[in-house]
Ligand binder design. Sequence first.
Ligand code: EPZ
Length: 422
Amino acid sequence: MDKLIIEGGKPLKGTINISGAKNAALPIMAASLLTDDTCVINNVPALRDVDTMVKILRALETKVDRKKGNTVVIKGPCGKTRAIYNLVSTMRASVCVLGPLVAKKHVAEVSFPGGCIIGPRPIDLHLKGLEGLGVEIKIKSGYIIAKARKLKGAKIYLGGHFGSSVLATANTMMAATLAEGVTIIENAACEPEIVDLANFLISMGAKIAGHSTPTIRIKGVRRLHGTNYNIIPDRVEAGTYMLAGAITGGEVFLKNAKPAHFLAVIDKLRECGVKITEFKDGVKVKGLVASSIKPATVTTLPYPGFPTDMQAQMMSALCLADGISVITEKIYPERFIHVSELGRMGAHIFLEGPNAIIRGVKALSGADVMASDLRASAGLVLAGLVAKGKTQIHRIYHLDRGYEKLDNKLSNLGAKIWREKE
Ligand code: EPZ
């Protein structure tokens, strides 16, 4: 396994190209199971999670071709309907094949999904959505076994204890495209990745309205056809590099970033004193010297609130703020594994339930830290970029799941960062 080594203290300067959104690409690739025609998907980031989805689709006997320039070509029909534990257990988004398989093939057997260690991640809402469409679900030996002779449109309320669910909305919406009649999903997720998935499905001939609102209306069609589609830019990648520019006192242009997709992050950073300018083709951030970052109160919420996927990165920045900040995690109350690692670097963070109370320090110091989940790892990279001395981030497997060429991109901005074998 590789480790990342960072010598902190270099202000980042230059332009960075924001890649396609991982969390849009994965369900969209799964959605191609809904047709036997060819789907050409462009701007798919080269990530380990995308490799996993390719393996899952190939294991279902779908033809998948990866072309140069981040294009993936998927051609059905899929011959198999069982997605096995070895693949599905490594990535939560694998569960996205469930809805398309049962809608298209009337049967699906999908292992319970895995993913980052960020606390309990139930799938009751996925099952509720599909059952609402008339799918019969059984759980056997760690597999979700879904069967339906015919899917029927219905009114389905998809709110859970923590609000809407992104991938449960995705699964239900995908399945409903081929159901008989009209489906209305209430308390649907409004994340840009759901809107992108809806637009992909519409480009295949699906009839969907209301995506980007909590009420999505889907009129089922008999068949969907192939398409050629471009994935939206990754708002979490953009937000992560925006913070990297901000806390290193740099000046970075995030090319292709869509400010409308991460306004809550932009707004919070402005509150902290960071200068951010929005352009048609991207976003520019002008950073601050660490101790002039103002403290903030941050609560993670479903979109358009502050994204949980930016919580760890924001925490690294607030470790250096001039005062006390509070972060409340309302999506995954246990998503705080980075806290102890930031402590090794000199951060003062006190945890009380879903709240992290952060007392800003003048500087962080480089240390050996362990990457635990994807965004926690990104938070540690940010801390390393601004810390005094050398930071070694071990087990960076998770970073490669979600950030395309992270070390190259940061090196191009002037960071001293490199990879070594452990
Ligand atoms: C998506 O996961 C993202 N993953 C996650 O990003 C992201 O953190 C999360 O949405 C929240 O924004 C992908 O898109 C591949 P949820 P998802 O269902 O859909 C509860 C990253 O780092 N819930 O919206 O699995 C759940 O426990 C990853 O890129 C239920 O109660 O998340 C949580 O509290 C990590 N029952 C809340 O809903 C369910 O059936 C929101 O989770 C499903 C979810």
